[in-house]
Every structure is written in structure tokens, then in C-alpha cells.
Design a protein around this ligand. Structure first.
Ligand code: GLY
Length: 295
């Protein structure tokens, strides 16, 4: 038995039909590529990495250097993590100018004694590991020196204004995938550019193990939505823990999203249990997903 489930982010606000179609087709293309890898190579790890790399290359998703949102000063800072059912995990936080954060996360998992690398350290590790770099000019980000300069003097007002502005933010297109191969190996991965206009250095949920990404022998899960809420709830760990305690996977996803709704923040979650059953739930307006179980 093998299975795969993929998401392309959960939006709370209005999305034009054309954008919805583009995201659906992006998820479909990445899903098909992942499925081929799962069938031919029988590797959940390769399937999840390739699905996410494909979505990181797609400008319609908030992941990778092409589609990620700019932060407040015009930079792109990305987070990604991958975890497998042996509870091995790797992640990068606030990495810049690297084409595929998910592949660097995998390399951290496979080669480093550490779980997470952030900022400059993540970039140095990516560079010495030979990952493709993209210069700031090649990405769409342009650091806005005026925004940096005005931060210290108007800091208090700025924080109030910033907090209000973030409440208006309703579009999320973090990407994620979970796969199980015939050896019963479960892998979950997530990649994001965070939220638009975020304060530089802000860390979301995607690379936080148990928040945006989690896997054990009972199941794997990937989340999307507002990172601050997802971290507090521990969304993906909660889903997998509920499955371990006997809750059916779809019910676990729905219950955890209900918790997020009661706390008042947008969240979407996908998951697979060890029998290859998928759970998908979100409280947003639109979340492109696809899943399959192969006997
Ligand atoms: N879920 C993406 C983020 O909050 O960074």
C-alpha cells in the first residue's frame, strides 16, 4: 500500500477564479510527479521532496524564491521542514536566496546532528552542500532601505500599525505533502515564505516540528494558515496524537481545525494514517488538495 496527499495552502479571503484554477493545476501537476516517484521508486521521502520542490518552483504558491511573499523590507525569508516516521526531522528557518528550502531541510535531516538551522547558518549549510543559490536580484524581493531606516524612531507606533495590518492578511499558500510507501515509511513536509509583509525574522509554523509538520509511525501531517496560532495549538502533533489514540484520521483533522476556528485563526491541515487513509480539513475559503491511496 502507498498513499500521497498534497496541499497548496488555505486562503481565508477572496481569490479570483483564475487564481484558484492556477493553484489547482499547480497542485495537480506536483501531485502527479510525486505519484510517479512513489510508484516507481517506492520512496515516500523522494515523493514528498519532489512534490514540494515542484510547488516551490510555481509562482502561485507562497514557497520558494519565485512565489514567496516579501517581508516588510522586501526580502524573501523561507521556512521548510521534513519529518519521517522514525522521528528523524530537519528544517530551515528564515533561509534566503536558495531555490529549494525543502531539499536543504532534507539534507539537515540526513546529515546534521541538529534538527533546525536558521538564517545565516542555514544559508552557509546550503551553500557548502552545493544547493542552487538565487541572487536577491533574481528573486522578486528588493530590500527597502526606507522601511529599515524608519523602524527604530517610530517603533511603538509602527508595531501597533503592523499588528492591525496583519489582521487584514487573509491569503496563505504555504505548500505541503505527506506520503507513505510500501515499507510503511511515512514522511511529512511543508515549505513556506511565511506571511506577507511580516516583520523581518518572524518565524511561522511550517518548520516547527509538531506545529506545521509532524510524522510518527501512526501518521504524518502538514498544516497551513496563521503560524502563530498553529504553533500555539501544535496542530500537526495534535492530529497525529489523536490518530495514535484511535481517532479516525478525517475526524482528527476536523477536530483540530475546529479548535483553530474557536481560537479565531485560519488553518488547513492534511494527514495520512499508517493504513494510507487521508484526512483533509480547513476553515478557509479555498484550499487546493489531492489525495490517493494505492493498494
Ligand atoms: N503558515 C505559514 C506561516 O505562518 O508562516
Amino acid at each position: 500500500m502507498k498513499a500521497l496527499v498534497v496541499h497548496g495552502g488555505c486562503d481565508e479571503g477572496f481569490l479570483p477564479d483564475e487564481e484558484k484554477r492556477a493553484r489547482l493545476s499547480g497542485v495537480r501537476d506536483a501531485f502527479q510527479k510525486g505519484l510517479l516517484i512513489l510508484k516507481d521508486m517506492d520512496s515516500a521521502l523522494d515523493a514528498v521532496e519532489h512534490v514540494i520542490k515542484d510547488l516551490e518552483n510555481n509562482p502561485h504558491f507562497d514557497a520558494g524564491v519565485i512565489g514567496s511573499f516579501n517581508n516588510m523590507i522586501g526580502e524573501i525569508e523561507m521556512d521548510a521542514a521534513i519529518m519521517d516516521s522514525n522521528e528523524s526531522a530537519g528544517g530551515v528557518i528564515r533561509i534566503r536566496n536558495i531555490a529549494h528550502p525543502i531539499s536543504v531541510a532534507r539534507k539537515v535531516m540526513e546529515e546534521m546532528p541538529h534538527l533546525l538551522l536558521c538564517g545565516k547558518g542555514a544559508e552557509i549549510f546550503a551553500r557548502i552542500s552545493g544547493f542552487r543559490e538565487i541572487s536577491p536580484e533574481e528573486q522578486h524581493g528588493n530590500v527597502d532601505q526606507r522601511e529599515i531606516n524608519k523602524l527604530p524612531e517610530e517603533f511603538r507606533n509602527f508595531i501597533l500599525e503592523y499588528t492591525e495590518r496583519l489582521k487584514e492578511h487573509k491569503l496563505f499558500s504555504t505548500v505541503g505533502a505527506v506520503a507513505i510507501d510500501s515499507k510503511g515509511y511515512i514522511v511529512a513536509g511543508t515549505s513556506t515564505g511565511g506571511i506577507a509583509k511580516a516583520f523581518p525574522g518572524r518565524v511561522g509554523d511550517s518548520a516547527i516540528i509538531g506545529a506545521g509538520t509532524f510524522a510518527t509511525f501512526y501518521g504524518g501531517s502538514s498544516a497551513t494558515g496563521i503560524g502563530e496560532g498553529i504553533i500555539r495549538v501544535g496542530v500537526t502533533r495534535k492530529v497525529v496524537d489523536m490518530v495514535e489514540n484511535g481517532t479516525p484520521i478525517q475526524e482528527a483533522c476536523s477536530k483540530v481545525v475546529d479548535i483553530c476556528s474557536r481560537r479565531g485563526f485560519p488553518c488547513g491541515v492534511i494527514a495520512l494514517d499508517r493504513d494510507g487513509n487521508a484526512g483533509i480539513s480547513h476553515n478557509g475559503h479555498f484550499m487546493p488538495t489531492l489525495s490517493i491511496k494505492l493498494d
